[in-house]
Design a protein around this ligand. Structure first.
Ligand code: SF4
Ligand code: FES
Length: 358
């Protein structure tokens, strides 16, 4: 039986002051004119809550770019949902934050690019380092729980110890150290972002030591570099299992990257209700559960653990979203990943294609 979703990732806009080359937003960004209006977002939250959603993640792009963010947040909070603002911190002022807190903001996730200010600004494509420190101070002053998120790649992995110290200085309650996943802009920049095995081997013990040292003070979540692993990640804990994503134009996706799977019909809140999309649509049912699996997944003891890996990655690398994720060493397509690692882990860093503005 299909369970109700727990979380709704609301990508309010693709507009963003940063240009991170690892952005998982699609290459074809949604234009401002195509964004859902305030009333439609509020209807989406109503439908999400009716469906069972308990957590609303207000994300983007940069959600602070939406002038109606306070109304949207108040609406989600008024429905009884836990609200999380996923932000770069740029554009956050004491006044705006106080207003959001007043309207029910529960948690903030703040991105950082590096502990080295020059490198951080280079990766972000904008001078944002100091403004992020200021944003963190505002969030702590407001006594909100703070998660710091750092996406890791070749250009910052060597500074992982510094990034952990930066999160400590910011007063983070939780730190997500997430090796880059290759979708959207990150896929375009893969050769520039893929870390070396040596970098990953050096980072592991740093994270382990920090976890022990900071136990009880700051939770550290380390997301491994999946191309280098033997087993794929349990992407989204299964397709259409726990969370749905609504893109700025109202497209409803089983995961933030799913628009890359061009063989599935596009679902949109302007045409269907969230309940219809979640329970009945071809898109959400395509890879739910384990019935859709072929060998080697079908008879594999790990199929309820990793769900065959990531459907978007399978499609991107093989052209078939029902294929076993090629990261898996049992996949007949595993050689594709080995070839990528062999060809693209190079000592020089090719020029980064910075994410465009909308
Ligand atoms: Fe996971 Fe499929 Fe690989 Fe088994 S064969 S480990 S279920 S991806
Ligand atoms: Fe889409 Fe993994 S990112 S299923």
């Amino acid at each position: 039986m299909t369970e109700a979703p727990l979380g709704l990732l609301a990508e309010l806009t693709h507009r963003c002051p940063l240009h991170c080359p690892y952005c998982s937003n699609p290459i074809e960004l949604v234009q401002r004119a195509d964004e859902l209006d305030t009333a439609t977002w509020q209807r989406v939250f109503d439908e999400g809550r009716e469906l069972g959603v308990l957590q609303v993640h207000l994300s983007g792009g940069e959600p602070l770019a939406r002038p109606d963010l306070p109304q949207l947040l108040a609406h989600a909070s008024g429905l009884g949902c836990y609200t999380n603002l996923v932000t770069s911190g740029l554009g956050l002022t004491a006044e705006r934050l106080a207003d959001l807190v007043e309207r029910g903001l529960d948690h903030v996730q703040l991105s950082v690019q590096d502990s080295d200010p020059g490198n951080a600004n280079l990766i972000a494509g904008v001078k944002g380092y100091d403004r992020k420190l200021a944003a963190a101070a505002l969030i702590k002053d407001a006594e909100l729980p703070l998660t710091v998120n750092a996406v890791l790649h070749k250009a910052n992995l060597d500074n992982i110890g510094g990034i952990i110290e930066l999160a400590e200085r910011m007063g983070a309650d939780r730190l997500e150290l997430a090796n880059t996943q290759y979708y959207g802009w990150a896929l375009r920049n893969r050769a520039a972002l893929l870390p070396t095995r040596e970098q990953l081997a050096a980072a592991g013990p740093v994270v382990q030591q920090a976890k022990q040292r900071l136990d009880g003070r700051m939770e550290i979540v380390y997301v491994v570099a999946d191309y280098h692993e033997a087993n794929p990640k349990p992407c989204m804990y299964g397709w259409g299992a726990r969370q749905l994503t609504v893109a700025p134009n109202g497209d409803v996706l089983p995961c933030p990257a799913a628009s890359v799977i061009t063989t599935l019909p596009v679902q949109n809140v302007r045409r269907s209700s969230l309940a219809e999309i979640w329970y009945d649509s071809e898109t959400f049912n395509a890879y739910r559960g384990t019935e859709w699996m072929r060998e080697p997944c079908r008879s594999c003891p790990r199929k309820e653990i990793d769900f065959g890996g990531c459907r978007c990655q399978a499609f991107q690398l093989t052209g078939d979203a029902a294929a076993t994720d090629p990261v898996c060493t049992l996949s007949p397509d595993h050689g594709l990943v080995q070839d990528i690692l062999g060809a693209e882990i190079i000592p020089v860093r090719p020029e980064l294609a910075m994410r465009r503005s909308v």
